[in-house]
Design a protein around this ligand. Structure first.
Ligand code: OXD
Ligand code: MN
Length: 556
């Protein structure tokens, strides 16, 4: 199939001495990111999809797409792609079958999922599988729709070859449809990475973290510990999606349903993600990166300066003074997880790994401290439900505007957002050993627009404070909107950070948080009648405590 894709010009071989098994794919320039405005949840009623999703009526939508798809694969090859999300045979795992006329999609599915006969074996005679239909059509935005029919466990996607629109296993099945199934079956399907943090004493703590697209989940999942933290090891379980179930111990257990990583290339380098650089040294499909004259890849933020004569992501000659980017800002690498040098030995465990902390994070220039611990589960759900982030290039639209992105699921929750919050609260009641919930912000800036925290590997310092909280070694300081570290509780050895800068990064400013809680209230009003009362009650209590200058706002 690779040879066919090369012959058709879909894949361009890179220099196999430098990058064995690596290829470049250039997409249609009108098809480079997820199109949230063309992504639909097609439930019988609009209310089931809720106020944060685009909705279309199922019958009309099937009819319309049948019209577009009928005969559209004539003369093309149709690939039948059976796949498993999750380890074969795990009670967490689910089967999907995607029909597609894109060889790029079929090949990418082979990297991103456990594809092939294992899926058919797991399925057996059952008809319990996700039905995915993907037709590239003429890649026209006029005939581009990504439609989810949760009641039918079905996805029909047309007019786009972009990963998040066309690899139906990923955002479409493992998040939108799975979030629906998860509510019915009492589990959680989340936009979270999963990582194991092994101490020098050999104890591993697993955490799951939800960040919006292109906010550093992959980097955090593959983090290289700073030099001063000898003996600490970071082991990746997943970099984008977590399926979480309540285990026999009453705790939360997680698997990564995927088999590979579909990561953002620009900004990835030896410092930001040494392990990703190693991972994509072989067997990787690069999409919309630039190509060097000697058959290698280049993007903005890679370690080497741009060579004189590059070919840009659209296949045009490019020089360093071109004044435009050589790689698309949402250029991607698709690599098998087996290439990750710090892959967790537990990625195939059928029962998953036990989660001790859930982390919510966003890209916030102000307001949100480096780390904040919630008072309890309900308060943690409030943190997740109201989290905001500045938008990135992963979706079509303006970059850098603040939007509320609950649990980083705004574009991925397959049903009514208020019902989703209620499901989170209900899960908290079922958990006898709930994980702690934290909020983090690696992106806070000082008055001159400089980042206050160095980020990347140094984020392990913050994760270690969380472990100290989990294990009862750190007390933290009450900041009304949650608990922040006492600066003395953070290991800052080897880090050049001014005490003022650190204080600034840990601050929860009363005025900023009053505005934050008011904005959260506005967002809740948009959710409407399905918003669970306990969330509004706790938001109100915190807003009141901020007004009254009080300490801890009581959770429930
Ligand atoms: C992704 C995304 O590709 O979130 O993971 O857009
Ligand atoms: Mn993602």
């Amino acid at each position: 199939m690779i040879a066919e894709a090369v012959a058709a010009g879909v894949l361009i071989p890179l220099d196999h001495a430098k990058r064995p098994g690596c290829y470049l794919h250039r997409s249609n320039p009108n098809d480079v990111a997820r199109t949230e405005n063309l992504t639909m949840v097609c439930t019988p009623t609009r209310e089931e999809a809720g106020p944060t999703n685009n909705w279309l009526a199922p019958d009309e939508t099937y009819a319309k797409l049948r019209g577009w798809l009928g005969g559209s694969m004539r003369g093309r090859t149709m690939y039948v792609v059976p796949y498993i999300m999750g380890p074969a045979g795990s009670p967490f795992s689910k089967v999907g079958v995607e029909l597609t006329d894109s060889i790029y999609v079929a090949l990418s599915m082979g990297t991103m999922t456990r594809m092939g006969s294992a899926a058919l074996e797991m399925l057996g005679d059952s008809d319990d599988f996700n039905r995915g239909l993907h037709g590239t059509l003429d890649v026209s935005p006029e005939r581009r729709l990504i439609c989810h029919f949760p009641q039918d466990n079905t996805i029909w996607s047309t007019g786009s070859g972009y990963g998040g629109n066309a690899l139906l296993s990923k955002k479409c099945f493992a998040l939108r449809i799975a979030s629906w199934l998860a509510r019915e079956e009492q589990w959680l399907a989340e936009h979270m990475m999963i990582v194991g943090l092994e101490s020098p004493q050999g104890e591993t703590t697993y955490v799951a973290a939800a960040f919006p697209s292109a906010c550093g989940k992959t980097n955090l999942a593959m983090l290289t510990p700073p030099r001063s933290m000898k003996g600490w090891k970071v082991r990746t379980v997943g970099d984008d999606i977590a399926w979480l179930r309540i285990g026999p111990d009453g705790g939360l257990w997680a698997i990564n349903p995927e088999f590979g990583y579909f990561g953002v290339a620009p900004g990835t380098n030896e410092k930001s993600n040494h392990n990703a650089m190693k991972m994509m040294a072989r067997n990787t499909i690069f999409t919309n990166v630039a190509m060097t004259p000697d058959g290698d890849v280049w993007w903005e933020g890679i370690d080497q300066p741009p060579p004189e004569n590059l070919i840009d992501w659209q296949g045009r000659p490019w020089r360093p003074d071109a004044g435009v980017k050589a790689a698309h800002p949402n250029a991607r690498f698709t690599s098998p997880m087996r290439n990750n040098p710090v892959l967790s030995p537990h990625v195939d465990d059928p029962q998953g790994v036990p989660i001790s902390a859930i982390i919510f994070g966003g890209r916030r220039a102000a307001t949100v401290p480096l780390v904040l611990e919630s008072h309890d589960w309900t308060h943690g759900v409030l943190m997740g439900a109201t989290m905001g982030s500045e938008t990135t290039a992963a979706a079509v639209g303006q970059v850098g505007v603040l939007r509320r992105d609950p649990m980083a699921m705004l574009p991925f929750c397959g049903y009514n957002m208020g019902d989703y919050f209620a499901h989170w609260l209900a899960m908290g009641k079922l958990l006898r050993k709930p994980p702690k919930i934290f909020m983090v912000n690696w992106f806070r800036k000082d008055g001159d627009g400089r980042f206050l925290w160095p980020g990347y590997g140094e984020n392990l310092r913050v994760l270690r404070w969380m472990i100290d909280r989990i294990d009862g070694r750190a007390r933290g300081v009450e900041a009304t909107v949650g608990l922040v570290p006492d600066p003395a509780e953070l290991d800052l050895k080897g880090l050049a950070l001014s005490p003022d800068g650190l204080r600034e990064s840990l601050k929860a400013d009363r005025g900023e948080w009053k505005a934050e809680m008011a904005a959260a209230g506005d967002f809740f009003r948009k959710i409407g009648p399905t918003l669970p009362d306990p969330l509004e009650a706790i938001r109100h209590a915190i807003a009141g405590a901020l007004d009254g200058g009080g300490g801890r706002a009581a959770g429930s």
